[in-house]
Design a protein around this ligand. Structure first.
Ligand code: NAI
Length: 332
């Protein structure tokens, strides 16, 4: 049985080849992302294995179905890039890896937050140039701050618990509040109140049609002046032009993002000798109080091993018309 990987990087090969010892599938790796430009090259394959920026639109799914592809296997948790309705109509099963390591993402969120508010990235560069001055490195404590968490699923929960450990007050908004987290000391409130009370706001909800540009001019205006915003969830949750204005007006004191709405054309590649024609990311990169990383929150050895193992298990089960143990792995 053949699995065709899209957006495949050397590290994907490393972990999937390793895990495949227990499965014995045939693998074909494509470096390009899946989209209308390449879908016609899919041949004699049963499964396409895709990542966050592959585009499984209705048009792509229509062609995949015509080429007898039976499964779209996401090797990630988020699935906003797959038209599930179209997949269902064409009889293609869709699976994902719901929880490879929420801690990997939660811990990375803390790393971004601490870097942003303690300036360790600037200190590192300074010290390498024998500059041991502290001017301009003044930071903020997390202790006693109010942290607003939007979305308290697996990642938001892990992040909230870490923040409680720092001695912060955690308030959260989720469409489905978690009783155990409430018990642990997190107070749930409306979206408006959480956005309005947080000194630091961290986004951990999936991107859906309903919350596209959740952070925009209107919601930004309700936040505290000097708010710190962190997004390790999906780029489309933030309206980039509005956040640029909020940074320019000092409404937002700091922004750390591991995801970006137009990341598809940028992230996961070395563009160091290219001209980037995305003016918004260039503007964001020019702010001294903005920290950007290229969608790496998930990227730990532990998470990569788990992603490979669970993806291949999902494929094996679906091929046998069996259901994976974790029902949330199956989307269609
Ligand atoms: P999850 O499914 O466990 O939790 C999502 C939570 O968000 C649920 O509790 C749900 O009720 C809540 N929710 C849904 N819509 C909401 C809304 N409009 N407002 C507030 N809450 C809402 O998902 P998990 O594993 O915690 O992942 C969260 C997101 O993190 C993923 O959807 C994905 O976009 C992103 N992610 C980013 C990674 C990275 O490397 N940067 C890696 C893995 C996930």
């Amino acid at each position: 049985m053949k699995v065709s990987f899209f957006s495949a990087k050397p590290y994907d090969r490393q972990f999937f080849d390793q895990s495949n010892a227990g499965f014995g599938f045939d693998f074909e790796y494509f470096e390009t992302h899946l989209g209308p430009h390449i879908v016609n090259a899919v041949e004699n394959t049963d499964v396409v294995c895709v990542f966050v920026n592959d585009k499984c639109t209705r048009e792509v799914i229509h062609i995949l179905a015509a080429r007898n592809v039976r499964i779209i296997a996401l090797r990630c948790a988020g699935f906003n890039n797959v038209d599930l309705k179209a997949a269902k109509e064409y009889g293609i099963r869709v699976c994902r890896v719901p929880a490879y390591s929420p801690e990997a993402v939660a811990e990375y969120t803390v790393a971004l937050l601490l870097t942003l508010i303690r300036n360790t990235h600037k200190a590192y560069n300074r010290v390498r140039e024998q500059n041991f001055s502290l001017n301009g490195l003044l930071g903020l404590n997390i202790h006693r701050k109010t942290i607003g968490v939007i979305g308290t699923g697996k990642i938001g929960k892990a992040f909230s618990r870490i923040m409680l450990g720092f001695g912060a007050t955690v308030i959260a908004y989720d469409t489905v509040p978690d009783p155990a987290l409430r018990e642990a000391g997190v107070a749930y409130d409306s979206l408006e109140n959480v956005l309005g009370c947080g000194d630091i706001i961290s986004l951990h909800c999936p991107l859906t049609k309903d919350n596209y540009h959740l952070i925009h001019k209107g919601t930004l205006s309700k936040m505290k002046t000097g708010v710190i915003l962190i997004n390790t969830s999906r780029g489309g949750l933030i309206c980039t032009s509005d956040i640029i204005e909020a940074l320019k007006s000092h409404k937002v004191r700091g922004l750390a993002i591991d995801v970006y709405e137009q990341e598809e054309n940028l992230f996961f590649r070395d563009l160091s000798d290219k001209i980037i024609d995305d003016d918004e990311i260039q503007r964001l990169m020019s702010f001294p109080n903005v920290l950007i990383t290229g969608h790496q929150a998930f990227f730990t050895s532990e998470a990569m091993s788990q992603i490979a193992q669970v993806t291949l298990e999902n494929i094996q089960k679906l091929m046998k018309s069996d259901e994976p143990a974790d029902g949330s792995a199956i989307l269609v």
